[in-house]
Design a protein around this ligand. Structure first.
Ligand code: FDA
Length: 394
């Protein structure tokens, strides 16, 4: 009996019909490889459909390796360099999908994220799909990977793990990639939720009383700094600046917020000189919305007017406003996280092909790998680039 008797034979089996898996399948199918894509969801690309508020922020024109978190910051360079945002834009243009730049290099569909899924499915050409097929077992022996999924049994010399990370389980996300990677002897960098709202304990009254207020800030976690909006919620803080900082935040450590931005040093003293009779509330309302200005002014407990404040008090107040430090009680977790930071350790993978170094034929791509992008289209660019790298190799 042949080693794959009873199994449908392919050149490559891709586990996961998400961004990375579809792109890998399309790349391999274009090379004439016989590809099977397996997913337990009935529809492909569930995360693409909900991404970017339904418009899919499909890439970022400022893509560069320093916009990704990884235990090895060099790992992503090769794949990102060989499949660029311009390459993806050219593909989107070839399919006649209208797009626009929103802000900070973020490219979105004018219409719907579903156009990106449809494009990827068209690009997959002759690839076969087993959708709505829970994966029951994955085994390796005699140079073949054997997968039982749904009612089928499949075998191929190449297996691509592209089942993503566990964020947003309600649309089918799981930690399956991590379990499978471990089964095949790959190591993990501890996964944790990222691009996620942070929660605050009862002692952070300043922020909790401000639900609904948004303000331009710089959020800092360690050395990382992000100047964008922060949004105060009933449970804590969100908004792009906070989501970005959350990827760098570790439980138990602090986040700091700069409300003052690029105003010159001793800005409050200059304000005192320029308008001594102004109240601190009024001056702070030049930085942030009035409700937040009121809350900050109350916490800073300054005098009635700037003239009534000692210079030293104003300096101390400014220092606090430039580094308002607090300790989040936690995050909203995988239920609300846009991505998972950490994952399959890159040390076990080739940066050229995404192949496992110790097990020929095994590949890992997309979010399950320990490469996580900033907010703003970077994660899809990693999915396309890593999928492309593996798609050329399988
Ligand atoms: P992805 O999650 O896309 O695909 C994994 C596939 O594997 C899924 O189809 C899943 O059903 C399947 N799967 C999982 N477990 C399985 C199992 N056990 N058996 C079988 N199949 C299984 N990024 C960006 O760049 N721009 C954006 O606009 C957004 N917006 C955004 C919004 C929201 C709400 C979220 C949650 C995330 C984003 N992202 C984003 C992040 C982006 O969606 C994410 O990084 C990519 O989809 C990752 O691509 P992958 O192919 O690696 O995983």
């Amino acid at each position: 009996m042949s080693p794959a008797a009873g199994h449908d034979r392919f050149d490559a089996i891709v586990l996961g019909a998400g961004a990375a898996g579809l792109f890998c399948a399309a790349t391999a199918a274009a090379r004439g490889r016989r590809v099977l894509v397996i997913d337990h969801n009935v529809e492909p690309g569930a995360k693409i459909v909900i991404s970017g508020g339904g418009r899919c922020n499909f890439t970022n024109i400022h893509t560069a390796p320093d916009r990704f978190l990884s235990a090895n910051p060099h790992f992503a360079k090769s794949a990102l360099g060989r499949y660029t945002p311009q390459d993806f834009v050219a593909l989107v243009d070839r399919h006649g999908i209208a797009w626009h730049e929103k802000t900070l290099g973020q490219l979105f569909c004018d219409g719907s994220a579903r156009q990106i899924v449809a494009m990827l499915m068209r690009e997959c050409g002759d690839a076969r799909f087993a959708l709505g097929a829970p994966i029951r077992a994955v085994e390796h022996g005699d140079g073949l990977f054997r997968v039982t999924a749904g009612d089928g049994a499949y075998a191929a010399p190449a297996l691509v793990i592209a089942t993503g990370g566990p964020s947003i389980p309600k649309i089918g996300a799981t930690g399956f990639a991590f379990a499978l990677a471990k089964q095949f002897g790959l190591k993990l960098v501890e996964p944790r939720p990222a691009l996620v709202p942070l929660t605050l304990g009862a002692d952070e009254a300043l922020f909790r009383e401000l639900a609904g207020v948004a303000a331009p800030v710089t959020a800092m976690a360690g050395k990382a700094r992000f100047s964008e909006a922060a949004l105060f919620t009933h449970r804590g803080l969100s908004g792009p600046a906070i989501l970005q900082a959350s990827s760098y935040w570790r439980p138990g450590s602090a986040i700091a917020i700069d409300f003052v931005g690029d105003r010159p040093a001793d800005w409050l003293l200059a304000e005192k000189q320029a308008r001594p009779r102004a109240t601190p509330r009024a001056v702070l309302a030049g930085l942030v919305p009035q409700r937040l200005a009121d809350a900050l002014a109350a916490r800073l407990a300054l005098g009635e007017t700037l003239a009534a404040c000692k210079d030293a008090s104003l300096r101390a107040a400014e220092a606090r406003l430039r580094r308002w430090s607090f300790q989040p009680s936690g995050s909203e977790g995988y239920a609300k996280a846009e991505v998972t930071v950490g994952g399959i350790a890159t040390a076990g993978l080739s940066s050229q092909t995404m192949a496992a170094r110790h097990l020929p034929g095994l590949y890992c791509i997309g979010e399950c790998v320990d490469v996580t992008g900033w907010l703003g289209g970077y994660n899809f660019q990693w999915a396309w680039a890593s999928g492309h790298a593996a798609g050329l190799a399988v």
